[in-house]
Design a protein around this ligand. Structure first.
Ligand SMILES: [Zn+2]
Ligand SMILES: [Zn+2]
Length: 150
């Protein structure tokens, strides 16, 4: 399967936040954890990881979620659409909510995480499945390499 070709554009529900990405995706994920179910108001969240320096965003954002030190979640200030997350120790990457992208349907999830907390009827046709999170950064790196080659 060919990876979608940059640049990519997208927006929040109301259009006040516009995003643009100039690099190919690093990895696509579905996360089944309970937090993601609540944050996404769905059975699982969809994330596309990009290098931070390829991502730009116009419009006013506010922080939401649990306000934990480990991760920051950004939402449109106007429509409160979930836009992206920054994970504490990984400033070189952002986790964009795939649904924000104009071509969201072409960012098929490659990995699913946290199937321990999965809703039993939720099936995602992924290549790699984890009962929890990948154990290490090295493991994540391996996934990104295999995603780039797939
Ligand atoms: Zn909005
Ligand atoms: Zn999650």
């Amino acid at each position: 399967m060919a990876l979608p070709k940059p640049p990519f554009e997208g927006s929040c529900l109301c259009g006040a936040v516009q995003i643009r990405v100039t690099a190919p995706p690093l990895l696509t994920l579905a996360c089944h954890c309970r937090d993601c179910q609540k944050l996404s108001a769905s059975a699982y969240s969809l994330t596309t990881m990009f290098p931070s320096d390829s991502f730009s965003c116009k419009g006013e954002l506010i922080e939401g979620g649990l306000f934990s030190s480990g991760r920051t979640h950004y939402f449109c200030k106007s429509c409160l659409n979930f836009i992206y997350s920054q994970i504490g120790r990984a400033h070189q990457r952002i986790n964009l909510r795939t649904s924000v992208l104009n071509e969201a349907a072409s960012f098929e999830p490659y990995v699913e995480l946290m199937t321990d907390e999965k809703m039993p009827w939720a099936h995602v046709p992924v290549s790699h499945s984890f009962s929890q999170y990948p154990a290490s950064l090295a493991e994540l790196q391996v996934l990104m390499e295999s995603y780039a080659d797939h």
